[in-house]
Design a protein around this ligand. Structure first.
Ligand code: ZN
Length: 164
């Protein structure tokens, strides 16, 4: 009888030490890390990750300067990478975490991808899709915002302050 009681206890302790809570905040922190990478390259710091279940299947950041391409937003890079990882163009079982509210172009691309969920950090009052129309996304896409919004906005603010 004794061994039955001891084994789960040990396993449990080990598990607690190593556990990483894979929640929205965790994945948004990964997107923020991508934004920091963008900043280091002189790119406006916007980062994104796409998850499928609890797995990150794409990590990307804004590359408009590097690629000399105005369409090279973090979300577009992430959509392309996620589809390549999945081997299919639709992202119906996926969540996008992005540090800034998607623009109209990215909202359109996300609608085509049929992504299940979008979580964005900071609001973009000038260029964010919701300023224009919330109907730009796919009707089945669920949206949440505000997670780590201050951190995401501060990165962008600092970037422009240093540029001046
Ligand atoms: Zn965009």
């Amino acid at each position: 009888m004794c061994h039955i009681n001891m084994l789960p206890l040990q396993t449990k302790t080990k598990h607690i030490d190593m556990a990483i809570i894979l929640n929205d905040e965790y994945f948004m922190k990964q997107a923020l890390a991508e934004a920091v990478s963008a900043s280091a390259k002189g790119e406006i710091p916007v980062g994104a990750v796409i998850t499928h279940g609890e797995r990150i299947i794409a990590r990307a950041h804004n590359l408009t300067e590097t690629l000399n391409d105005v369409t090279a937003h973090a979300e577009i890079q992430a959509i392309t990478a996620a589809a390549a990882t999945l081997g299919g163009k639709y992202l119906t079982g996926c969540t996008l975490y992005v540090t800034l509210e998607p623009c109209v172009m990215c909202a359109g691309a996300l609608a085509w991808s049929q992504i299940a969920r979008i979580v964005y950090a900071a609001t973009d009052e000038k260029r964010g899709y919701s300023t224009f129309s919330k109907n730009l996304l796919h009707p089945k896409t669920k949206v949440e915002s505000g997670i780590l919004a201050d951190e995401a906005a501060e990165l962008i603010k600092q970037f422009f302050l240093e540029k001046r």
